[in-house]
Ligand binder design. Sequence first.
Ligand SMILES: Nc1ncnc2c1ncn2[C@@H]1O[C@H](COP(=O)(O)OP(=O)(O)OP(=O)(O)O)[C@@H](O)[C@H]1O
Ligand SMILES: [Mg+2]
Length: 239
Amino acid sequence: MIDIRGLTVEYEGGIKALDGVDLVISEGDSLGLIGANGAGKSSLFRSLTGLTAFKGSIMFNGLEVIKKNMPEIRKDIGYVIQESDDQMFMPKVIEDMIFGPVNYGMAKDDAVKKADEILEQLEISHLKDRYNHKISGGEKKMAAIATILMMKPKVILFDEPTSSLDPHNRRTVINAIMEIEATKIVASHDLDLIYDICDKVALLNRGCIVKVGSKDEILRDKKLLEENGLELPLSFSGR
Ligand SMILES: Nc1ncnc2c1ncn2[C@@H]1O[C@H](COP(=O)(O)OP(=O)(O)OP(=O)(O)O)[C@@H](O)[C@H]1O
Ligand SMILES: [Mg+2]
């Protein structure tokens, strides 16, 4: 479904965020993307969604990720960005949620009905009519996830979906992500979450893929994780 070849991202000032990354994601996969701060996880997401210039090639469902194909590709990709402040652009949560579907032709009443279901699933119905700029960081994250779910994308990229969430909301989001039938790529430092949600894991270090394997192969390998600036998930560490 997604075929990444030789993906290289170089920002101004010569910072190489990704350096020749090859990665294949099949339909229905749930892939964890892990790596220390600055490893290149968000840069990979930004490349996939055409938000940053890159060298190499990315094929998405048979379409090359290039400017002219982006309107088509964006319909199928949901991207929960790392900074939820930048995700929401309408004044109220409900307005953000229905914006995409209504724009694509759904009747407003139907969109609101759908939004109600998703708000309920995420246990955030109380946020429906709140103003985006007047809710907390964690609430914003929840609202951003709700907005992405409205579009029923074929692929969802989650960049740190549970950062700033309290334990209850973290669990709610994990359960919601597990229930989604889309192909998923989840970047996170929360390796327990990656273990719960993903089947496969790709480990990045300084812009390069170190290893791709099953979650057990990678997340139980203390030495491998430590060599790459990470630690065993809490559930395996005996702490
Ligand atoms: N807009 C930018 N301009 C210049 N350098 C950038 C830019 N965005 C990211 N970088 C650099 O690119 C590298 C990869 O950053 P990226 O955000 O992809 O890492 P990450 O794995 O998502 O990190 P984190 O875990 O902290 O979110 C880092 O060295 C970062 O400083
Ligand atoms: Mg990041």
